[in-house]
Design a protein around this ligand. Structure first.
Ligand code: ATP
Length: 236
């Protein structure tokens, strides 16, 4: 391919966004979207794939019974949780059904952006726990644990012990900071967050674009480790 063609074939900038539960990933994502980023959010994709009528819902019903479908056609998460958490094999099957489907959709959405000049931000809550190659930077949303707990209790209806138990199953704040290319300090107000995202956006925009021969590194399929955090996206 000659220089002109190479110049025309823009390739995206691909970065990861992570942080503990309730640290502010969605809040940071929204601010990045306002500035022009394309955010790929595994939780949102999981919800979409499990929407009424979605094929994944039918696959789950075939394995776990029609009782996991509510009368309005949506996934009855409580019913599915009751089955999956009562039985290790059921939980493994659930993860085997949901993870590859979500992973394939994430990959498809990233690849669809490949030849654009977009800044593509993958929201990966467990990036510190499951490092992945092929990202040009890792953005870590950092908050002290007490702020995390306080927000989960105040805004998300958690009770404090549940919030702390979930945080204990995730990487520590220090482990996350170790993988950070950029740290966003979300311990303050939203007004204090905004200028940080402005500055971050300027840095993301000028990251080197991916080379044209870039290939999306497919993470190796693996059984969830025990007792490492096992995300159960169908249920969270
Ligand atoms: P999860 O891990 O569940 O996906 P998250 O990391 O995406 O959560 P958010 O949903 O962005 O976190 O934030 C958690 C809660 O804290 C939300 O209700 C959000 O509105 C609130 N919040 C986020 N940042 C701030 C802030 N700087 N000041 C006050 N409230 C905040």
């Amino acid at each position: 391919m000659g220089p002109a063609a190479a110049w025309q074939a823009a390739t995206m900038i691909l970065v990861g966004l992570t942080g503990g539960i309730g640290s502010g990933k969605s809040t940071v994502s929204a601010l990045l979207i306002e500035r022009g980023a394309v955010v790929i959010d595994a939780d949102a994709i999981t919800r979409e794939l499990q929407a009424p009528g979605a094929p994944l819902l039918a696959t789950l019903a075939a394995r776990f019974g029609d009782g996991i479908i509510a009368s309005d056609g949506s996934l009855d998460r409580a019913a599915l949780a009751a089955i999956a958490f009562a039985d290790d094999d059921a939980l493994k099957d659930l993860n085997k059904i949901v993870h590859p489907a979500v992973g394939a959709e994430i990959n498809a959405r990233v690849l669809a952006e490949r030849a654009t000049d977009h800044v593509v931000v993958m929201d990966i809550p467990l990036l510190a726990e499951n490092p992945r190659e092929g990202l040009q930077a890792a953005i870590v949303v950092d908050v002290p644990q007490d702020v995390q707990v306080q927000r989960l209790v105040a805004f998300r209806g958690f009770d404090e012990s549940d919030a702390r138990a979930r945080m204990a199953r995730q990487a520590t704040r220090e482990q996350r900071l170790q993988i950070a290319t950029y740290v966003v300090d979300n311990s303050g107000s939203l007004a204090e967050l905004v200028p940080q995202i402005d500055a971050l956006w300027e840095q993301l925009r000028v990251l080197p674009q991916l080379p044209e021969d870039w290939e999306f590194p497919v993470p190796p399929a693996k059984e969830p480790k025990d007792p490492a955090p096992v995300p159960t996206p169908a249920l969270d």
